[in-house]
Design a protein around this ligand. Structure first.
Ligand code: ADP
Ligand code: MG
Length: 400
């Protein structure tokens, strides 16, 4: 990696230093503010522990949800402080602000190895506006800045980018892990390199699609986006998801794939139904025989088998986008089967990298998350990074 990480700081350098760490603690909460998935907190522990063990005074900052620039009690960081305290096994002090006198006092009281959690940074509109004075006020709390919030690195906000103008900036271990998995591993892949793309829309994945076509040997496309391709080939898709405005783009992509010699595979069959809801009668039809009064909501068994053969042969696999309407049990099978197949491939030694909020949910639903080489904690960030777009939160870090 070409960016400095906290490992590049000489060990003695950290003792007694105030280190501001931008973490991604944007975890899902239920209506009683219980954390339903603490993956992002767990993933930040290696960085926090490393700093604590070397006597740094750790100041953590994150956003949570979308408070839209105003304090909202239901989006305060208190439940996160509690969970972090349990996971770390040491006291985490939480303050009710991000800057100002109360925070300065709390920072001044920190001893070596102490951990302080600031309030939800998006309570301030200055955060998303990347306001320079706000970034300076944050920076004044610390001596060193660490960005470990890969999931927010595609945003140029005060705590993800602006603050680095005033402090020496280093990557944390989660940031490093994400950049290695989504960057190096996919840019210099062990071949054959296979990508699986699904999800609802071609339009939201067009950048990733085009980029992957430059790199992969095989591209498997399923989910809602596959129907726009089928339409582009001149076939009808009934009531399936279709983006009329993307048909021409889809046609071009098929041409590019052919010109590059990439094997571009669309589903062979679909599970169709009059509507995508539980308890409805379904049928399996070939890809070119979708009835006009029905829509495709999952890939069929022939597709699962065919995709499975490619998955078995691949040495590097990147997957983004569910292959059907997996939130509805009736249409989850294709996605779950493919999740199991990529997990098997990972167990046999393939590098399997999964990104995208819904895809990660599907992997967890299939119960195979432990087997996957790398599950990205960044939804939008992972896609933008794979697309080859520079991430503001990474650009600002010190070069090696
Ligand atoms: P990710 O969050 O992993 O990047 P997307 O947000 O692009 O994935 O896509 C996920 C959504 O696509 C899910 O809500 C899923 O139900 C939907 N989807 C996938 N296939 C279909 C389909 N055939 N018809 C309707 N929706 C679909
Ligand atoms: Mg999504």
């Amino acid at each position: 990696m070409n960016k400095k990480t906290i490992r590049d700081l000489p060990e003695g350098e950290l003792r007694g230093k105030r280190v501001l760490v931008r973490v991604d603690f944007n975890v899902p909460l239920d209506e009683n503010r219980n954390i339903t998935d603490d993956t992002r907190i767990v993933e930040s522990l290696p960085t926090i522990r490393y700093l604590v063990e070397r006597g740094a005074r750790v100041i953590l900052v994150s956003h949570l949800g979308r408070p839209k620039g105003k304090p909202k009690d239901e989006l305060r960081m208190d439940p996160i402080a509690k969970r972090l305290e349990e996971l770390l096994g040491r006291k985490v002090t939480k303050v009710n602000d991000c800057i100002g006198e109360e925070v300065k006092r709390a920072v001044a009281q920190l001893k070596d190895g102490d951990v302080l959690l600031l309030e939800n940074i998006r309570f301030y509109p200055e955060e998303e506006a990347n306001d320079e004075n706000f970034a300076r006020a944050l920076a004044e709390l610390a001596d060193i800045y660490v960005n470990d919030a890969f999931g927010a690195a595609h945003r140029a906000h005060a705590s993800t980018a602006g603050v680095a103008k005033f402090l020496p900036a280093y990557a944390g271990f989660l940031m490093e892990k994400e950049l290695e998995a989504l960057g190096e591993k996919l840019n210099n892949p062990i071949r054959p390199f296979l990508a699986i793309l699904g999800g609802a829309k071609v339009s939201s994945k067009i950048g990733v699609l085009r980029k992957l076509l430059e790199k992969v040997d095989v591209l498997l496309v399923g989910g809602g986006m596959s129907y726009t391709f089928i339409k582009a080939m001149g076939y009808e898709v009934g009531k399936s998801l279709l983006e009329e405005g993307m048909i021409e783009e889809a046609r071009q992509i098929l041409e590019v794939a052919q010109a590059r010699g990439v094997r571009f595979e669309l589903p062979l069959d679909f599970v169709v139904a009059p509507e995508g809801k539980e308890g409805i009668a379904t049928r399996v039809v070939d890809w070119d025989k979708i009835p006009p009064d029905m829509g495709g909501f999952d890939i069929g068994p022939k597709t699962v088998e065919k995709f499975g053969e490619y998955i078995k042969e691949a040495k590097t696999i990147f997957w983004n986008g569910p292959l059907g309407l997996f939130e509805v049990n009736l249409f989850a099978r294709g996605t779950i089967e493919i999740a199991k197949k990529v997990a098997e491939a990972a167990e046999s030694g393939a590098i399997v990298v999964v990104g995208g909020g819904d895809t990660v949910a599907a992997i967890k639903q299939a119960g195979v998350e432990r087997k996957i080489t790398h599950i990205s904690t960044g939804g939008g960030a992972s896609l933008e990074f794979v697309e080859g777009r520079p991430l503001p939160g990474v650009e600002v870090l010190l070069d090696k």
